[in-house]
Design a protein around this ligand. Structure first.
Ligand code: ZN
Ligand code: ZN
Length: 220
C-alpha cells in the first residue's frame, strides 16, 4: 500500500473540495505520521506502541474518515481532533470536527450538530465516537424535561418541597395536568387536612387547575 502521505488528490469531507497534497498536509503529514503501520501496513500504533486500530480507519478514501483540509482548519470551518482522547473500538476515530446537518428524530426539522459540541462529546465526555445527535436543541430540552418529570413522578418524594414544586412546575410546562393533579392528590392523602403541607399541596393543586384552564382557553 502506498504511504498515506503520498496520496495526492483527496476530497475534503468538510468543504467537499478536491485538495492536492499541499492542501491536506495537516491531515496526511501531521496526523497520520503520528501513527505507524506495521510491516503489513495494516495497523497504526499509539504512543505506547500498542496496536490501536486498522489503518484503513485513517485512510482518507477507504475509511470515509472525518478529517479536514488545511484551509478548512485555518478558516475555522473545522477543528482539529485528537484520536488519542477519543473512545473508539470498532469505529474509526475523528480526525477533525466540522458542523454536520441532521434531521431531528422528533420534529424532523434539520439542525446542526456543531463541531464544538462534537469536540465536547468525544474528547471531554468520552462518548463513543459513533454516537450521533438525533434531536434538535428544542426537542432535546423537551425530552430532558419529560424524562425528569417521569423520574420525579415515579419516585414521588413529598418530604422534599423543592422536588414537589419541580414536579408540579414540569407537569404544567409539559401540559401533563392529569399526572400533576394525581401526584398532588396522592400527596394530600399522606397528610392531615389541617397540616401546612396539606394546605400547601392544595395551593399547588389550584395552580395546576388554573394553568390547565388557561391552556384550554388558548387552545379553543
Ligand atoms: Zn476542506
Ligand atoms: Zn426537533
Amino acid at each position: 500500500m502506498k504511504p498515506l502521505c503520498e496520496q495526492k488528490l483527496l476530497t475534503c469531507p468538510c468543504c467537499g473540495q478536491i485538495r492536492t497534497a499541499k492542501e491536506h498536509r495537516y491531515f496526511t503529514n501531521t496526523v497520520l505520521d503520528k501513527y505507524y503501520t506495521n510491516e503489513q501496513g495494516e495497523y497504526y500504533l499509539n504512543e505506547q506502541g500498542e496496536k490501536v486500530a486498522c489503518v484503513y480507519w485513517a485512510h482518507p478514501k477507504r475509511g470515509n474518515s472525518a478529517w479536514a483540509c488545511d484551509e478548512c482548519l485555518q478558516d475555522g470551518r473545522a477543528i482539529k481532533a485528537n484520536p488519542m482522547r477519543q473512545n473508539f473500538c470498532d469505529f474509526q476515530p475523528h480526525f477533525a470536527y466540522f458542523n454536520r446537518i441532521a434531521n431531528c428524530r422528533d420534529c424532523t426539522k434539520s439542525f446542526v450538530f456543531s463541531k464544538e459540541e462534537q469536540y465536547y462529546w468525544f474528547e471531554k465526555l468520552g462518548l463513543q465516537v459513533q454516537a450521533k445527535q438525533v434531536r434538535c436543541h428544542a426537542c432535546r430540552a423537551v425530552k430532558k424535561q419529560k424524562d425528569r418529570l417521569a423520574f420525579l413522578l415515579s419516585n414521588a418524594d413529598y418530604s422534599d418541597s423543592a422536588k414537589v414544586e419541580e414536579t408540579v412546575g414540569l407537569g404544567i410546562k409539559r401540559h401533563q395536568y392529569q399526572q400533576a393533579k394525581h401526584f398532588l392528590a396522592v400527596g394530600k392523602r399522606k397528610y392531615k387536612k389541617k397540616s401546612t403541607t396539606y394546605k400547601w399541596l392544595e395551593k399547588l393543586e389550584a395552580a395546576v387547575e388554573k394553568a390547565e384552564n388557561v391552556s384550554d382557553i388558548r387552545e379553543n
